[in-house]
Structures are given as C-alpha cells and as structure tokens.
Design a protein around this ligand. Structure first.
Ligand SMILES: C[S@@+](CC[C@H](N)C(=O)[O-])C[C@H]1O[C@@H](n2cnc3c(N)ncnc32)[C@H](O)[C@@H]1O
Length: 215
C-alpha cells in the first residue's frame, strides 16, 4: 500500500524575541530572559501580535509574554515587535495551559489578556473553549493578588458565559461593576479579530476582573 507522508514543516522563526515552548526550561528565569525584574503580563492567543505590540509600546515598565500555538502568528508577532524595536516582549509558541503549568510561578502575573479566543460556536464544540470554570480555577493562582484578567470576545454567548462565571468566583472582583460586561472600553487596543467582527456589525464583549487581595 502506498503511504503518503504529509510533512507539516514549521517555518523557522529566527528572532531574538522568539521562544519555543518545547525548548524552554521548566520555570525559566524570566528576569534573565528580559534582563530586568519588571512585572510579567501574559497574552494568550496573540494572533499576529498587534495587541501585544500596542500594549508593550505603551508600557515599557512591564514585560509581556505573548503566547500562541500558531507558528505563522508567532512569526508575524515577532516581526511586528522587532519593527517596533521592543525589548519588553517575548513571543512564545506553546499551548496555553501547558506553558503556564511548566513555565510560570504561582502569583507571578500582573495581568492576563485573552482577546477573541476561538469561540467554538456549535453547542457540541463548546467544551473545547479555552475559558471555562476549570480554566479560571487553574489560572487564578498564577495571578498576583490585585492582578487583572481581561477577556474580550465578539461571540455573545461566550462573553455572557465568562462574565457569569467570573461573577461567581469569590476570589475575583468586577472592575466594570455594576455592568457585567461592556461593549466599549476606552483605550483598549483593538485586535485584528475585533476589527473584523466590528466591521461585520458585531459587538465586542469586554469583561475585566481583578484577583482580590487578602483582607
Ligand atoms: C481567533 S484568534 C484571535 C487572535 C487575536 N487575539 C485577535 O484578537 O486578533 C485565536 C488565537 O488563539 C490561539 N489559541 C487558541 N487556543 C490556544 C491555546 N490553547 N494556546 C495557545 N494559543 C491558542 C490561536 O492559534 C489563534 O491565533
């Protein structure tokens, strides 16, 4: 029988800003990687890197880890961050949960951004969504007390679900109260996917919660 091997070759990424998750040590020394001890911010699913570049340009006092398992997106993100001459960004190709578990210490993140995660719109697909109760419980200990979790989606059912989920978490407080979500947040950079959905007339759901500090 003729067997046809389909090779999925990854375009090599030769950028000083790129880190392959599979080659990273467990619990890498982020202060060594960034060359300073500035607070860490994580973006999950950075896509083409437009958001992280906008944020890292505004906040040179923070170190941004932009994560995606999509190689081409990582390549585009690296090019974009290099063009902006940023030194406070690293683009990591890895799966979010696996990366967080292996490479981040408890209470090490000052903020997490999740913009337009894959919506898995069909009912039978929803268990594949990244953000659910299990994920929030998993992520919470990696946030410092006072750290902010930013979530944005164009998919109303996902936005409302995450807002309701976070509302029930005793460890988090709603920064947009009394609203559970907003459709506009001044100053929040719009991502490629947000702009695409907005052009189709869809509304974005922004949800923002802060991990409570101990009383
Ligand atoms: C719909 S795109 C949104 C990209 C970007 N945030 C934006 O708003 O334009 C979702 C991105 O998340 C990435 N992604 C989805 N699940 C992931 C996971 N578990 N770990 C890492 N990246 C993930 C995908 O590869 C994709 O690039």
């Amino acid at each position: 029988m003729l067997q046809v091997a389909i090779m999925h070759t990854l375009i090599p990424i030769e950028s000083p800003l790129f880190l392959s998750g599979s080659e990273l040590d467990e619990q890498p020394a982020w202060a060594m990687i960034f060359g300073n001890r500035n607070p860490l911010v994580l973006e999950i699913g950075c896509g083409i890197g437009d958001f992280v570049v906008a944020m890292a340009t505004r906040h040179p006092e923070l170190n941004f880890i932009a994560l995606d398992f999509y190689n081409k997106g990582c390549l585009k993100s690296c090019k974009r961050a290099e063009r902006a001459e940023l030194t406070n960004v690293r683009i990591v190709r890895d799966e979010a949960r696996s990366f967080i578990r292996r490479c981040l210490a408890p209470a090490s993140l000052q903020a997490v951004f999740i913009n337009c995660p894959d919506p898995w719109p069909k009912r039978y697909q929803r268990k594949r969504r990244l953000v659910n109760q299990e994920f929030i419980s998993f992520l919470e200990p990696y946030l410092q007390p006072g750290a902010i979790l930013h979530f944005a989606t164009d998919f109303d059912d996902y936005g409302i679900d995450v807002a309701n989920l976070l509302r029930r978490q005793p460890g988090f407080e709603n920064l947009l109260a009394p609203d559970h979500w907003r459709h506009d947040l001044e100053g929040y950079p719009r991502t490629k996917y947000m702009l695409k959905f907005m052009a189709e007339g869809k509304e974005i759901y922004f949800v923002q919660y802060r991990r409570r500090t101990a009383e």
